[in-house]
Design a protein around this ligand. Structure first.
Ligand code: PEP
Ligand code: MN
Length: 463
């Protein structure tokens, strides 16, 4: 990546007009730090650390997303609901990257267009919560807000917000991103390795289907190589980092002025999204993210009105710049066919082309009688289908998918061809937050999306 090596300067509030205006606005979902001085000191320390991503990469992603918004590429965004510090191991990072690469291969093949690969990784540490507190057995403690704020253990010490976690969050994001960069630039993600990404995963029908596809890709590559094509370009893969832009004591100090353009970039990730709970138009988050140059996502739940959507566009994408704004809809399987089309119809009357992405996870949560937060794979699939149907009916582009997944064989979502049932959930439920698709469910979903995209991905029956 070519980028100026000049040191970045943390802007004084006066240097970039309005960058700190959010401080004067109502703000939600921030922790109460026991010591404001310690939190300020941690933020000041982060502000001196190198950026995690470079502005040039962020600009490149904006161009890629612009293509997806125009129906010429497709975004695949996936990863944990909440990354943890303990989960930032080589094995877990590699399995997640491999799963995303495999899904991308399936989608690229099915869609015959470029797939933009993006992890909910290297910074997805802060969580919005429906309640500030959690009560267990008559004891009430602060809610777990993600490893960058407090600990998951249900003790007063662990649940206290600890500003030292902000600095640890930065370092954990840095080491995660370092490994991702090594994997995706160092030959591991080479398309000629398409088979090896399946190694280490349990054998299952989705893997068999994937192997079949990988063989076809191998044959195509060998043929093209024999015909003289140079495939060195396949060695490197663009892989982008993203997380919810939530914790302002982390996002603000990571925001730096790009010395090429004099504009602010949030260098904690290439792409940041504003969650369903913090997207009010006059709130702090929308104001802050309206002022950074990164491409920005906004989650839209089923209560979103066309007017509210239009005002978000005015605020976050006043220049109507392709690739700048992504709407990530999370309507729920039962609602998407009613809730999405009016938004899409309204877009057609505006001069805006946001990228439309489906998050089929967050509108489909349920809790089992035994207390597990879960989702039915069938609901996830149904919402994805509703997303494509809605776009087909209105004539807009379904541009991507946003999923909570892991490369491990966890048992957190019900169904899929392994038919995980309520009893099985207990065998390997590891998420500290929302339930994730496991490796096999992720691949199954990728095949389904590939079919929706109109491709010819082989079916199991054809094996
Ligand atoms: C999430 O993405 O984990 C999340 C909390 O989503 P939403 O803002 O859509 O509820
Ligand atoms: Mn989640």
């Amino acid at each position: 990546m070519v980028y100026t090596s000049e040191p970045v300067v943390l802007p004084e509030p006066a240097v970039v007009a309005g960058l700190d205006h959010w401080r004067t606005l109502p703000i939600k979902q921030q922790p109460t730090w026991p010591s404001a001085e310690e939190a300020a000191a941690a933020s000041a320390e982060i502000a001196t650390m190198p950026p995690l991503v470079f502005a040039g990469e962020v600009d490149q992603l904006r161009e890629r997303l612009a293509r997806a918004a125009q129906g010429r590429a497709f975004l695949l965004q996936g990863g944990d609901c909440a990354e943890t510090f303990a989960g930032a191991t080589a094995d877990q990072i590699r399995n997640r990257v491999k799963t995303i690469l495999q899904m991308a291969v399936v989608l690229t093949y099915g869609a015959s267009m470029p797939v933009i690969k993006m992890g909910r990784m290297a910074g997805q540490f802060a969580k919005p919560r429906s309640s500030d507190t959690e009560t267990r057995g008559g004891v009430t403690l602060p809610a777990y807000r993600g490893d960058i704020v407090n600990g998951y253990d249900f003790t007063p010490e662990s649940r206290n917000a600890d500003p030292a976690r902000l600095v640890r969050g930065y370092h954990t994001a840095a080491s995660t991103l370092n490994l991702i960069r090594a994997f995706t630039q160092g030959g591991f993600a080479d398309l000629r390795q398409v088979h090896s990404w399946n190694k280490g995963f349990a054998q299952n029908p989705a893997n068999a289907r994937y192997e079949h596809l990988a063989r076809e890709i191998d044959r195509a590559i060998k043929f093209m190589e024999a015909a003289g094509a140079d495939f060195d370009e396949l060695k490197r893969v663009e892989f982008y980092a993203s997380h919810e832009g939530l914790l302002m004591d982390y996002e603000r100090p990571m925001t730096r002025i790009d010395s090429r353009t004099g504009l602010p970039y949030d260098t904690s990730a290439h792409f940041l999204w504003i969650g369903e709970r913090t997207r009010e138009l006059d709130g702090a988050h929308v104001d802050f993210f309206s002022r950074v140059r990164n491409p920005i996502g906004v989650k839209l739940g089923p209560s979103t009105t066309p007017e509210a959507m239009e005002r978000l566009i005015d605020k976050l994408d006043p220049e109507r710049e392709p690739g700048r704004l992504t709407f990530i809809t999370r309507m729920g399987a039962g609602k998407i066919r009613d809730a999405l089309p009016p938004l899409l119809e309204h877009i057609k009357t505006l001069d805006a082309t946001p990228l439309w992405v489906t998050d089929p996870m967050h509108g489909n949560g349920l809790t089992t009688p035994t207390g597990y937060k879960t989702r039915r794979f069938d609901d996830v699939v149904d919402e994805v289908r509703g997303f494509f149907e809605s776009h087909r009916a209105v004539g807009t582009f379904p541009g991507g998918i946003h999923v909570e997944l892991t490369g491990d064989d966890v048992t957190e979502c019900l169904g899929g061809s392994e038919q995980i049932d309520e009893e099985t959930l207990a065998t390997r439920y590891e998420s500290l937050c929302d339930p994730r698709l496991n490796h096999m469910q992720s691949l199954e979903l990728a095949f389904l999306v590939a079919e929706e995209l109109g491709g010819t991905a082989p079916t199991t029956a054809a094996l």
